[in-house]
Design a protein around this ligand. Sequence first.
Ligand SMILES: NC(=O)c1ccc[n+]([C@@H]2O[C@H](COP(=O)([O-])OP(=O)(O)OC[C@H]3O[C@@H](n4cnc5c(N)ncnc54)[C@H](OP(=O)(O)O)[C@@H]3O)[C@@H](O)[C@H]2O)c1
Length: 367
Amino acid sequence: MRIKHFLKWSASLILLALITWGFIAYWTSTNDCERKTEAPQNPMKAVVYCDYGLSNLKLEEVEVPVPTDDQVLIRVHAASINPYDWHFIEGTPTIMRLSVGLRKPKDIRLGVDFAGTVEAIGKNVTQFQPGDEVFGGKSGAFAEYVCARADRVARKPPNLTFEQAASVNIAGMTALQGVRDKGQVQPGQKILINGASGGVGTFAVQIAKSLGADVTGVCSGKNTEMVQSLGADHVIDYTKEDFTKGDQRYDVILDNVANHSLAECRHVLTEKGRYVMIGGGGANEQGLIGILARPLQAMIMSPFMSQKMGMMMAKSNQKDLNFLGELMQSGKVKPIIDRTYKLSEIRQAIAYLEEGHARGKVVLTME
Ligand SMILES: NC(=O)c1ccc[n+]([C@@H]2O[C@H](COP(=O)([O-])OP(=O)(O)OC[C@H]3O[C@@H](n4cnc5c(N)ncnc54)[C@H](OP(=O)(O)O)[C@@H]3O)[C@@H](O)[C@H]2O)c1
């Protein structure tokens, strides 16, 4: 009886402590907007947000960053937008706020993908010189300047515009690592790319083709011609046909949309097929955990099936940036740009991407 009483009290105390901690953590969650700073000595324009929500994005003058010994300072000519950015802007799925800021975003700067010109180098940097044209990824890229580690950027292929090069880092890297590494696509194998007309999809179709695969792209009717022109051997218009109900079996499914259950996708995988989940869920459909239940479900199912199913998180690195650079230099892969906005039109650009129907990449230019 005493033990029961003790356990009941302990559980109540832990619960109370957790609620108190959550309450304190929420109200003390703060960011640089709340700290008074002097006017920048060496100003540049950058996108800043003090609170979650698209309407809170603004263009402000902040200090030009100074490169550390291993970094290069890059004058950004173009930056591209990814769903990754709107996850941070909206703070969704809600669970991610545990790490990025409960009440307000901890980091008030936005953007990752960029292309530009090296302006200055840190003292350990030997790979680049001022004036080199480069592309890569670094948080805070929606700005006139960004500092990035030299081993995280690559030389821009001369046949690409800055806008094209800026669109590569997240979408191209994800497509490459999804198709080549996680999907392990072999020449002649059949791959289906769900969401073939978006940022990741347009790269994935071309990369899979360059690896000799037989490619099926899934997109809406208005994009079928474009996906075909990228090299897809077959295109399925999802408004007319459900790929999970067809007779065709695929060695690899690269899923950028996650609009079919794992069981449905498994149904159209070959016996040893691989299902690579990249993402899915619109900006207004994230809820508490978004699509994170799916990889968990895949993990639970995996001991009971011959296929491999799982989620992939892309990791940016210089080797793969160079690999993508070579594919683009040789003309095997060409970044597809849907719309270009000015940095000052950041809200319109994000709002367009949040609609979930971009045809290729959405890019920002700095003037
Ligand atoms: N795991 C990672 O490391 C990683 C990296 C990058 C991105 N992601 C995630 O991957 C997803 C895709 O990213 P993205 O940059 O490609 O997004 P995006 O550029 O916004 O592309 C969205 C595409 O989805 C297509 N689509 C919408 N509904 C569809 C449906 N029912 N069936 C087939 N296609 C449909 C749209 O084509 P239509 O206009 O033809 O409908 C559009 O082209 C996002 O959820 C993103 O967060 C994950």
